[in-house]
Design a protein around this ligand. Structure first.
Ligand code: XMP
Length: 522
């Protein structure tokens, strides 16, 4: 646990927005952590929160097994903010009444602020509603407050909810029927800032500068005199984790970069060169491409490819690790969302593809794990990376799947097909960068399809490969939109691919969203 005194605890009731609450609080410079609503009271107390936020959730307080909290939490004397289900729970725990609303309220609503002092102290007037302070908020609830608990009064209402926000300023308990954490509540950020700074009195102590200092000193203590190893993939997480540990223990960290032969054009050299030159990491490159390609030779099924690649990776890594017999620690780039997932009251989300990450190393390996990023969100990892001086070209890289180009070649993976895809993919990326669109998208790449189509080049009939271009925008990879690439960018890609890549005579653009499609084709 990071040694920071101003911390906010978020108790999760299963809302899909719980993570967002934690991020907003951290963006306000205050450390926050999520625990399930049924966390033991002793754990909550030991966390020493300066304030507690109760999330929303899908349940109804009058369900027979409605999720609740240990009541003693209410007597801790720290400010509490209930959001949506959190509000209804506070109402029923404190002696008010909740009932089904005649109409479900879902979507935008205008919140009329009845009392500015306190919760809404930082709200700016929106529009020109003379004398009335109001703002846009986002609602999603079926139940509503019929009677407030003793000690509370309404501080905001909407046309549908007479009590859209309520407060008991004496006990410093506040509750909102709407969701301040989502972008559809434009001033929600100001409300959460007011809660953590104005009401809980937290200072802005959570910065990546302070995290770096504390993490480095605690890593030095834990790893005193010891050696560690780390599997570098070239991705953001393992890069930042490695360079943080490197700052703490210098060359007692050895990084291993496994070249599986499934990387993009020039990638292996570029990644190694950047690690060595700009970060002075000690990196051992293992060229295992022949081994991976021979194991993949007869495989077409996507999940079988993932399994083989995952297994070979572990074998190669284990063999290398065995040579460094005095290393006892293994660094992994686990992030906070993975940690949340494992304690989520909603349970781990269904596995659609078995994502093999370098994170998935076997527990039978005789290493002690060190996960220096397990308290951070992805955007915080990028900020920390910049703080550590990692070049932007590494930090702003698009995600690249562990199984690499193997899941972008539909069907069999052969050296010839890899060569075709590498060239086409390089052109797609060059054109995206040339158009200045690289940073605006989540991923952009080429896919080699398992079909051939007829074409004509010069006076010759051709019967060649088809390349699909995929470019998506997304915030977390869970859902995605296809990017409306300008026609001239698509034209340049297509023109260059058919002219420069031997064996391709057709280029198509993938216009599918996720869901129902996925980002990768396999
Ligand atoms: P999908 O295709 O499931 O991808 O929509 C979502 C995100 O995950 C990446 N991805 C993977 N990453 N191992 C990984 O490390 C995998 O097997 C894998 N499959 C997909 C994908 O690139 C996208 O960013």
């Amino acid at each position: 646990m990071v040694p920071i005194s101003d911390r906010i605890l978020i108790l999760d009731f299963g809302s899909q927005y719980t993570q967002l609450i934690a991020r907003r609080v951290r963006e306000a410079g205050v450390y926050s952590e999520i625990m399930p609503h049924h966390a033991a009271f002793a754990t909550i107390e030991a966390f020493h929160p300066r304030g507690i936020i109760l999330s929303g959730g899908p349940a109804s307080v009058y369900d027979r097994r409605a999720p609740t909290v240990d009541r003693r939490m209410l007597d801790l004397g720290v400010p509490i903010l209930g959001i949506c289900y959190g509000m209804q729970l506070l109402t029923s725990l404190l002696g008010g009444r909740v009932a089904k609303a005649a109409r479900r309220e879902f979507g935008d609503a205008e919140l009329i602020i009845d009392e500015r002092e306190g919760m809404f102290g930082r709200i700016r007037p929106e529009g020109s509603n003379a004398g009335i302070l109001s703002c846009r908020v986002w609602m999603s609830h079926g139940d509503r407050i019929e009677a407030m608990p003793p000690g509370f009064h309404a501080i905001g209402h909407t046309s549908n909810s007479p009590v859209a926000a309520m407060a008991d300023p004496r006990r410093r308990i506040y509750a909102l029927q709407f969701h301040p954490e989502v972008a559809h509540t434009p001033q929600g950020r100001a409300m959460l800032e007011q809660f953590v700074h104005g009401i809980c009195g937290c200072a802005s102590t959570w910065t990546m500068g302070s995290f770096r200092k504390e993490a480095v000193s605690s890593l030095r203590e834990r790893l005193a005199g010891e050696r560690a190893i780390c599997a570098l993939s070239g991705g953001v997480d393992s890069t930042v984790a490695a360079s943080l540990v490197h700052e703490a223990i210098g060359n007692r960290l050895t990084c291993i970069f496994v070249d599986n032969g499934l990387l993009r054009k020039g990638e292996s050299d570029k990644v190694i060169e950047t690690f060595r030159r700009t970060m002075r990491l000690r990196v051992k490159r293992v060229d295992a491409s022949a081994r991976f390609l021979s194991k993949l030779a007869k495989i077409e099924d996507p999940e079988a490819k993932r399994r083989v690649i995952g297994r070979e990776f572990i074998r190669v890594f284990e063999a290398e690790a065995a040579r460094l017999s005095d290393a006892r620690w293994l660094v992994q780039g686990t992030l906070y969302p993975d940690v949340i997932e494992s304690v989520s009251v909603r349970g781990p989300s269904a596995t659609i593809k078995t994502h093999h990450n370098v994170g998935g190393l076997p527990s039978r390996m005789k290493f002690k794990l060190i996960e220096p990023l397990r308290e951070l969100f992805k955007d915080e990892v990028r900020l920390l990376g910049a703080e550590l001086g990692i070049p932007d070209e590494l930090l702003s890289r698009h995600p690249f799947p562990g199984p690499g180009l193997a899941v972008r070649i539909l069907g069999r993976v052969t050296p010839d097909r890899l060569a075709v895809l590498r060239e086409a993919d390089a052109i797609v990326l060059e054109e995206i960068k040339r158009a200045g669109l690289y940073r605006a998208m989540w991923q952009g790449f080429a896919v080699l399809l398992p079909v051939r189509s007829v074409g004509v080049m010069g006076d010759e009939r051709t019967y060649d490969n088809v390349i699909a271009v995929r470019a998506v925008s997304s915030t977390d990879g869970m859902t995605a939109e296809w990017v409306k690439l300008p026609y001239d960018v698509l034209a340049a890609m297509s023109n260059r691919i058919v002219n420069e890549v031997k064996g391709v005579n057709r280029v198509v653009y993938d216009i599918s969203t996720k869901p129902p499609s996925t980002i990768e084709w396999e």
